[in-house]
Design a protein around this ligand. Structure first.
Ligand code: COA
Length: 166
């Protein structure tokens, strides 16, 4: 698999996901996040934008993290007026025992690079306001909080909308 890695991070490799990875990605999603999606939603994101659906695998080819995004067209989150092609980070997660090794950051960077290839001029995401590790990660990557969505999550928690130019 070595030759298809976009980037190496220590013993891990970052590569585009394939349909064969979806079951592992769903398992990580259930282990790491309270927000879940139908199987077909994951498949659709992969078909629609393989450049921005990436996985991190270890030296035994086991998947330990993923990022899944959407390419959208709508009102800019960065400018007051105007439309923009936007990359939306829908879901990113790394299994707990593999965190703090740079995987989350590199998954985001490589997905944002894929958004650039797809002609996006900005990237955005929603994050729970209590999710300090994720907020810190996005700030380190240059994201700024551009809005707060009240009661965005089913349990009533607010979300920060964080954005960055590409
Ligand atoms: C958020 C998440 C993806 C980060 O993945 P990771 O591989 O551990 O992140 P990295 O090792 O690349 O860390 C990059 C930066 O993020 C920040 N960060 C990561 N973990 C952190 C923590 N526990 N506390 C504070 N900042 C943290 C730091 O700024 C870090 O940079 P540094 O190592 O130079 O300090 C991971 O914690 C995770 O899967 N969490 C559960 C799922 C989730 O919340 N996803 C985001 C939903 S919006």
């Amino acid at each position: 698999m070595e030759n298809i890695f976009l980037r190496k991070v220590g013993k891990y490799g970052i590569r585009r996901a394939t349909s064969r990875d979806i079951a592992d990605v769903i398992a990580i999603n259930w282990a790491a996040l309270p927000e879940h999606y139908s199987d077909s939603f994951f498949e659709e994101r992969l078909q629609e934008s393989p450049e921005t659906f990436l996985v991190a695998e270890d030296e035994a080819s086991n998947i330990q993290g993923y990022i899944m995004c959407r390419i959208e067209y709508g009102f800019s989150n960065m400018r007051r007026y105007g439309l923009a092609r936007k990359g939306h980070i829908v879901s990113v997660a790394v299994l707990e025992e593999h965190r703090g090794k740079g995987l989350g950051g590199v998954l985001c960077e490589e997905a944002i690079s894929g958004m650039g290839q797809r002609g996006c001029s900005e990237v955005y995401l929603e994050v729970r306001i209590s999710n300090q590790p994720a907020v810190s990660l996005y700030e380190k990557l240059g994201f700024k909080t551009t809005a707060t969505h009240r009661s965005y999550y089913r349990d009533g928690e607010d979300a920060y909308l964080m954005s960055r130019p590409i």
